[in-house]
Design a protein around this ligand. Structure first.
Ligand code: ADP
Length: 475
């Protein structure tokens, strides 16, 4: 037996203790599981969209029945409570949404007549039999299910491999599969790290990956070698722009939320802020005390404040971004220093001023609760700064709507929130694709995102009785 990812342990981010061993499958077990899912998928596909929608609603009920256990497992792995509850709720909402809309979306079109006399087309959609989901640690449940739910609605079977850093939710999720056996037949859950993820790709028909650019590239190469499509959602360095005349009563709390929710450990986090010179000082003087008042959720997990750093590697990355910024002249007006409390690493919401694009904190993905604020003078200047990045996930603009929209259309990113920040974190209805190194593949949001999970097939039917004019002439 080829055992994968041996000796990997799971760390509790509040205690710093490696208190659980990862239970990855052997390669043989993985092959067996994927074969079983593939065999079961046929029945799931044949059951039709209406039946699948009804089963997805039963799965929703099972998720609701186990919501406390799910939230608790997520909280243990991530050190935060509020976002864990949100993860469960967003997954329940996703099941509701897809169950309600999938039947209509998957309605196979009726026979189409063509310009060619006697020839008609009977279209149909053919789901990819088995979809592999390789997901990250920042929103373990939400990002495991965001693609799994539409894939199931489309008629695929799915196998989910979450991050080795946050696998604890699999246990309560497995209970929901027992509650709804029809879902259990077409959903596989596996623990594992990179070896398991790499071994999974040749065994599936489509891979949905959320994670870093570095690993995304390896996943895409592996998928290309196996000739399967890859839907990749990677990093971001989302800018927020505050235009002259913007309503700071919205911009200040909106940006604070967009930058520090989940302690900034989100690909669509606001990671840099550009404020027009007319509002810069007022913006800084208003957001700094608000950030300081937010604080961290230590010692009270249930209280206000943001959680610890989830992934151990991130602690050094964030510290290096801060160090680099300070060395180049940045000034912290709130937070600013990593604190180690009871084994957990916490960074209070941090506001940096006097920043520029020579600093890592303005150009590399930080994935922490840091809000660097830079002054700008013209729309042209701010547009150039916003687009000065290798990423293109999302952005935010606060200001008069017409002007904000004009700038928004020129930003190279898939989703631009106007007079709000990080709206795609809570609303999944706007179609958008990732630009630049933030990803590749079809929209993950909006109704069309289900199209990633099936291929189109047409029967081209000729009902003529005579010979076709393009055939070889009769001799
Ligand atoms: P992060 O979660 O920090 O963004 P990664 O992008 O490395 O980090 O991880 C995202 C997911 O990719 C995790 O589930 C991880 O186990 C998985 N993974 C890591 N390496 C590989 C690989 N070579 N092939 C497939 N999946 C991988």
């Amino acid at each position: 037996m080829t055992q994968l990812d041996q000796g990997v342990h799971v760390r509790n981010p509040r205690t710093g203790m490696n208190d659980r061993a990862l239970d990855a499958p052997s390669h043989e077990e993985l092959v067996k599981l994927t074969s079983r899912l593939r065999a079961n998928q046929k029945r799931w596909q044949d059951a039709g969209p209406a039946h699948r929608a009804e089963v997805l609603l039963r799965w929703r009920d099972a998720l609701i029945a186990h919501k406390d256990e799910l939230a608790q497992a997520l909280t243990e792995d991530t050190g935060r409570r509020t976002e864990s509850n949100i993860e469960v709720q967003v997954s329940v909402d996703g099941l509701n949404r897809w169950a309600n809309q999938a039947v209509e979306l998957l309605d196979e079109e009726t026979i189409q007549h063509t310009t060619m006399p006697g020839v008609s087309v009977a279209p149909s959609i053919r789901p990819y039999p088995l979809v592999g989901i390789i997901s990250p640690w920042n929103f373990p449940l939400l990002l495991a299910l965001i693609d799994a739910i539409p894939a199931l609605a489309a008629g695929c079977a799915v196998i989910i491999k979450p991050s080795e850093i946050t696998p604890r939710f699999l246990e309560p999720l497995a209970k929901t599969l027992i509650d709804v056996p029809e879902i259990g037949e077409v959903v596989g859950l596996i623990e594992g790290a990179g070896e398991t993820g790499a071994a999974l790709i040749p065994l599936v028909d489509l891979v949905c990956f959320t994670g870093s650019v570095e690993t995304g590239r390896i996943v895409a190469e592996n998928a290309a070698r196996n000739f399967i499509p890859a839907s990749l959602e990677l990093g971001g360095k989302d800018p927020a722009i505050v235009l002259p005349g913007a309503n700071l009563d919205r911009a200040v709390p909106g940006i604070l939320w967009g930058a520090t929710a989940n302690s900034g450990q989100s690909c669509l986090s606001i990671e840099r802020v550009y404020v027009h010179e007319s509002l810069h000082d007022e913006f800084v003087s208003r957001i700094s005390p608000m950030a300081a008042a937010l604080g961290v959720n230590f010692p009270d997990l249930e209280g206000r404040g943001i959680g610890p750093m989830i992934a151990e590697d991130q602690i050094a990355t964030i510290a290096s971004h801060l160090e680099d910024a300070y060395a180049k002249g940045a000034i912290a007006t709130a937070g600013g220093e990593m604190k180690f409390l009871d084994g957990g690493a916490y960074l209070e919401p941090t506001i940096l001023t006097n920043v520029n694009h020579s600093m890592k904190v303005m150009t590399e993905e930080t994935f922490g609760p840091i809000i660097p604020v830079m002054k700008f003078t013209s729309d042209e200047e701010v547009l150039a700064l916003a687009n000065d990045t290798i990423y293109g996930l999302s952005a935010a603009i606060f200001g008069e709507e017409g002007r904000a929209k004009k700038i928004g259309r020129q930003i190279d990113a898939g989703a631009v929130s106007i007079n709000d920040a990080a709206l795609t974190g809570v609303m999944h209805e706007g179609e958008k694709q990732a630009f630049k190194l933030s990803g590749i593949g079809g929209s993950r949001m909006g109704k069309i995102s289900i199209r990633r999970f099936y291929r189109r097939q047409s029967l081209l039917i000729n009902s003529s009785t005579g010979r076709d004019p393009w055939w070889w002439p009769e001799s």
